[in-house]
Design a protein around this ligand. Structure first.
Ligand code: 13P
Length: 150
């Protein structure tokens, strides 16, 4: 059995970037400022601060990633409070909070969240007609797991 989740036209978007990719995210965000302005934005601490300066738009700021920000985004996804994630993570540097990064990306799969880890994917997502529409996301039914005998 499959469940469904409604994603509204005004989406709740989380934006996150590791330090080596923050400039790239800011450049992309500025180029997409009109689309971003139609949505509600969330960001981890430092990324959120830079985004507010770049976009002149309110960004709801969570903790900095290594201090728990990635986990906050993950818990918001699990509570159905984030619809889409743009996460420019750094494939070339070790992160002190690597388990948190992995946990966040895992929850995106668990909850069927669209994720962009690079600019090309972010461009494809943001030019999708679904950005301006309601979207019914299918949600795997975890009841077998929840009702398992332990
Ligand atoms: O570390 C991060 C994501 O894993 C991002 O955190 P900041 O936006 O606070 O730099």
């Amino acid at each position: 059995m499959v469940n469904f989740r409604n994603i509204h036209p005004r989406k709740r978007i989380a934006l996150v970037a590791h330090d080596n990719r923050k400039a790239e995210l800011m450049e992309w965000a500025y180029a997409n400022r009109e689309m971003l302005a139609k949505n509600e934005l969330y960001g981890t601490g430092t990324t959120g601060k830079l985004l507010e300066e770049t976009l002149n738009q309110t960004v709801i700021r969570l903790l900095s990633g290594p201090l728990g920000g990635d986990q906050q985004v993950g818990s918001m996804i699990a509570e159905e409070r984030i619809d889409l994630l743009i996460f420019f993570w750094d494939p070339m540097s070790a992160q002190p909070h690597d388990p948190d990064v992995k946990a966040l990306l895992r929850l995106c799969v668990v909850w069927n969240i669209p994720v962009a880890s690079n600019r090309a994917t972010a461009d494809f997502l943001f030019t999708s007609p679904l950005m301006d529409e309601e979207y019914i996301a299918s949600q795997i039914d975890y009841s077998t797991y929840l009702n398992r005998k332990v």
